[in-house]
Design a protein around this ligand. Sequence first.
Ligand code: GTP
Ligand code: MG
Length: 601
Amino acid sequence: MAILTLEPLDPLSLVIAPPKNESPADRWAREQREAQARLISEQIDAQIKAEKQASRKRLKPVKILLLGQSESGKSTTVKNFQLAYAYSSFLEERSAWKAVIHLNLIRSVNAILDVLSKEMPRTTSQPQSPLNTPRNRSLSRPSTVRVRSSLSITQPSSTPPSAIHVRPSTSAGSRTSQPSEATLVEPNNDPDADDDPEDDDDDEIDSSAPPLTDRHRMLQLRLAPLRQIQRDLERSLGAASTEAPEFAGEAAPWTRLDDVLGTRGTREFSITSRSGWKKALKRVKAGYSSGRRTSLGSRDEARVGTGSAEDAALRKQPLDKRRSRPQSPFVFDVSMDDEYDDEGECEPQAQSAAEVIASCAEDVAALWSDAGVQAVLSRRKAKARLEEGPGFFLNDVARIAARGYEPSDEDVVRARLRTMGVQEYRFRFERGPDAGRDWLLYDVGGARSLRHAWLPYFDDINALIFLAPISCFDERLAEDRRVNRLQDSILLWKAVCGSKLLQNVQLILFLNKCDLLHKKLSRGVHVAKFVPSYGDKPNDVREVAKYFRHQFKDIFTRYSPEKRPFYAYMTSVTDTKATAVTVATVRDGIHRNSMKGADML
Ligand SMILES: Nc1nc2c(ncn2[C@@H]2O[C@H](COP(=O)(O)OP(=O)(O)OP(=O)(O)O)[C@@H](O)[C@H]2O)c(=O)[nH]1
Ligand SMILES: [Mg+2]
């Protein structure tokens, strides 16, 4: 009877089984091959395991939020971070700032032309009638009824509009949520008040000042095309290029939600912004990068635009200009969340604007250096406002208006373009203690109408840099002229310090614009006139800055839900050299703190 031998069932065993008649030499060779394969396999397994462990250990990115009112210097602080740690990305954007700088320049020119228009009818070379002197005109104006606000608790009367009342500090440690303990400020409800610091009405006429003449009228006419250029550039750059419109909202619109949410998180309120100055810059970048000159050489042709298919193709060409500078030890990547979309709106006429500005350069320089114009501006208090305002470039007109002008680093830092929504910047340091760790910087729009978008970013951040410009104690908020700018900063700071969502966040205060504070005090503006509690302390920058620091610290101590260290820096963030030191210190501090939080130190 035949015996049926069954083959083993496992087909794999069949395949890997050694050949039946294997010689000892073949067997040796086969075993060598198998040992080698096992070794490689084990190495791969070990590598996968190590990678898994490393990714588990990988640190979360450090997230930093920059807050503060509009024009407080948030974006300028970001530029300082870029300059220090991401110079190549700063360079990539630099030439695109040219349109913004040009717009800033011609805004100043147009502001001067506005002042001259008010002045011209009565101060041309015609002799002045005694009834038409500024002094008599102000006497014949209807008298202003001054409405004193009753909101002030400490000193309800006898203070100038926009005055700030700061209560004496309470004893340390007495944390209370009583609003009456807050820094108290009296808003100015009377926009016609005579002692409005920004009132441009003339007080006195300087008899030695040269009169305005037909020469000034000629300059006015010759520079008139710049009005249209301003409109063109504003249209090209979008909403970010104009200052915040009027908005009578709260200083910190999130506070009620903050109380409700506590530490529960805010993600469901997340808002994604796809607008802002990065987008505005991208709109002009391609225009400049094409390197194409339009035929527009004269101011009369300023309105002619471009828009051909050839132009569109040229606009898409990449930037080709990069200047060399020693590379930062850190490589860092700034994310650009908005893709440049070229759908007809993008060509900003920046190139043609540059041509017109170049053709007006001499007249602009003549206007700015004219003694009569300077006298009118000083009398109407417009000179200091221009020189100390954002984006002032009139002293550099010859350089900036020149054909072939390329912005310098300093120009970019001084340029003004408002942030809309929230912009994210991603940094990766390749060296240093935080090598390999991502840093995310969130730069927000500071205008009151944009502050509702801040709340989602309170969640899960490591540090918050708060910008409080301390030079603006005598200024009004652009979006709500009843509100003193320092008052607004104080209200914001109070809300930030008292936020439950931010209670574990490291708060870093930049008391900014110290350079402008110095200038303002040097020209005789008295802090005590606007901040009565300042009393008769010396009106010098050191004392004033110390006083404001003390007030901000006091609020911090009283409103923080839990005790935490106070970090404050006196800054002028347009001074990039000094700010580089501050930024490095801040970076170290945030790194150490975030490591402590992760139990790594
Ligand atoms: N002189 C001086 N100018 C400053 C200082 N900080 C900022 N600026 C200027 O003030 C203007 C406004 O600064 P930004 O950084 O754009 O202000 P922001 O806080 O980002 O404003 P928003 O985007 O509207 O919220 C710019 O022209 C800056 O160059 C400073 O310390 N000193
Ligand atoms: Mg900004």
